[in-house]
Write a protein that binds this ligand. Sequence first.
Ligand code: ZN
Length: 353
Amino acid sequence: MNWLSNFIPPRIRSFVSEQKEVPDNLWQKCNACEGMLFHRDLANNHNVCYHCGHHLRLSVKSRLNMLFDGGEYESVELPKVAHDPLKFKDRKKYVDRIKEAQTKTNLKEAVTIARGKMGGLPVVFVAFNFRYMGGSMGAAVGEAIVKAAEIAVKDKAALIAVPASGGARMQEGMISLMQMPRSIIAVEMVKDAKLPYIVILTDPTTGGVSASFAMVGDIHIAEPGSMIGFAGRRVIEETVRETLPDDFQTAEYLLEHGMVDMVVERKEMRKTLVNLISIMTQQPATIDPDDNGGPKGGKSSESAPANTNAKAEASENGQKASTQAKAALKAVQNISQNVEDVKGHGAAQAAGA
Ligand SMILES: [Zn+2]
């Protein structure tokens, strides 16, 4: 922020102050190992560092391309809500912040609803775009989650939520907080219809989002290294007056402590999801999960060398797929076991009382 940005209207300001979002050149530095990454190689590797395996943030568009059969899906129009119901203003007007975010991301809101097929099975996605006001959950986002759930019930499809969010949208105050119970009710509709509700926890999933629909999935899958938590680390440390472990609030830590069922690498995500949906809906996948070559476009010259290893990779993938399926099955069994335990516990308590 400099003296100039105080005098220019938001639409133009977005060009002046958001230039850091545009990479200076075709190379990018990995946040974890500081290795240099060429933009095309990085895109071909689903935005995963090819030196150390660090998962960089992935746009919703690339993620959906990577996951749906043939990268094809239908974007569903978001429901309309009242913008800026509180006429909120901090340093900037909320309406101006919305305009800026829309210009920057070319999106209407912080979520995208997409409907399509995975392994030939119907799936509805509701995915967060973190670049849009930190993926914060306001009325529009809550409404979108409700709509996605309704479509899933109507299509008899699995609902997959992909949160990437800083939490509630403070500019909408109480209305933003009301989206927490609303989103819970929405995903309960899907569960009542006996359809799978899966959450892919990505970096970062925090605040009101982690305290609502993101933590009530039938299955929680997390991307490696994602930051997942409610309050920030410093706040917790100051409250409990203890030093927290280094890996606190990471996907791996939560897996160890039972908040997450699986930590799955991006390249294995599609296969894992297809296996899970197939097991949970008791329907066989009609399209091989390996069929999707990942994000489309800009890789025609790169795809040739990959094909030479195709056979070796295929057999390896086959083995991996069966391991994945076993892991998925185990996760499902664990969950049903937990449900039984809880039921048993409830019955025992009832008997005791
Ligand atoms: Zn790296």
